[in-house]
Ligand binder design. Structure first.
Ligand code: PMP
Length: 321
């Protein structure tokens, strides 16, 4: 497998990241998770620009200047998918701080180089082996860290220790996933996904105060509103989960996944489950450029065609090692 490291394609086994890489010690990097899909209309990278803009916003939050422009990153993603001959794939850009100062002040001369990695691989199912009815989740044991600090708006490497711990705790106790709450004990999100409740043919989802502003979340809001559903973004008490018609998670990696049980208790009803199936099916069409929510402004292009031949490359900034 080839990866793209600082503008050069390399074998992934040959990347040799130095052991004093700042991010390895302090979690000072930012990353994204993006998917490409192949379907009847061709191969597309879903909301590539939105993901790269969020990457840049995450970098800004950490006061890191990205070495490559969004256009350059877009082209690098295209090149990587092409050389690895990937159609359906998961794409992982990571901007990280390299060697130099080992203090937290990375401005100390000569300064630490900011580095950029993009990897891509086939990752069919995030929750492998999950029953079709949905996930069994553990609710309420873990709190989202740093709510209101702004850090939850960044996809920062160090932030994921909180997700990792909540997920490890849930799986050790036999659950598939954890739902975290915020400082005020309202629902926040899952460990790498946002949460929605189906209620009376409408959706309710937590605000992004203590949750990542997920791109799948935004896509789902557009799809649902386009169908005439109401979508409320508000504080949600955990007990509401047990009164919901259904509950589902959204994320680039996991896509749209129903929740079947919360703390061992079955939740939802048949009508709610059907709503989730319908929304999940429309999501699967939207990511393949086969469905456009009616409210979506025509100018916002969600599906970037995946350029399959090198002659289609636009700037030619990517070289082979
Ligand atoms: N919350 C967290 C903590 C996440 O890591 C993710 C995955 N990026 C999400 C929500 C969902 O975001 P998206 O839909 O943009 O993948």
């Amino acid at each position: 497998m080839k990866v793209w490291l600082d503008g050069v394609l390399r074998d992934s086994a040959d990347t040799a990241i130095p052991c004093l890489t700042h991010t390895l010690h302090y979690g000072t990097g930012v990353f994204e998770g993006i998917r490409s899909y192949s379907g009847p209309q061709g191969c597309f990278i879903f909301r590539l620009r939105d993901h790269l803009e969020r990457l840049q916003a995450s970098a800004n939050t950490l006061r890191v200047t990205m070495p490559y422009s969004i256009d350059e990153m877009e082209e690098a993603v295209q090149t990587l998918l092409r050389v690895n001959e990937l159609g359906d794939s998961y794409i992982r850009p990571l901007v990280f701080i390299g060697e130099g100062s080992m203090s937290l002040d990375v401005r100390t001369p000569p300064g630490n180089r900011v580095r950029t990695l993009i990897a891509a691989w086939e990752w069919k199912s995030y929750f492998a082996g999950t029953p079709a009815l949905g996930l069994s989740v553990r609710l309420g044991t873990w709190r989202r860290n740093f709510p209101h600090s702004g850090l939850n708006r960044a996809k920062a490497v160090g932030f994921y220790v909180n997700s990792y711990l909540a997920h490890a705790d849930a799986t050790a106790c036999g659950y598939d996933e954890a739902i975290l709450v915020d400082e005020g004990d309202h629902l926040a999100e899952a460990t790498a996904a946002n949460i929605f409740l189906v209620r009376n043919n409408g959706l309710v989802t937590p605000t992004t105060d203590a949750a990542l502003a997920g791109i799948t979340r935004d896509t789902m809001i557009e799809i649902a509103r386009g169908l005439g559903f109401s979508v409320e973004e508000r504080d949600i008490r955990p007990a509401e989960i047990f009164r919901a018609d259904h509950v589902f998670l959204t994320g680039t990696a996991c896509e749209v996944v129903p929740v079947a049980k919360v703390n061992g208790q079955p939740i939802g009803n048949d009508a709610g489950a059907q709503v989730v199936r319908d929304l999940a099916a429309l999501y699967q069409r939207a990511v393949r450029n086969d469905y456009t929510p009616s409210r979506k402004p025509a100018s916002s292009d969600w599906c970037t065609p995946h350029l399959r031949s090198s002659t289609e490359t636009r700037n030619g900034i990517v070289s082979n090692a």
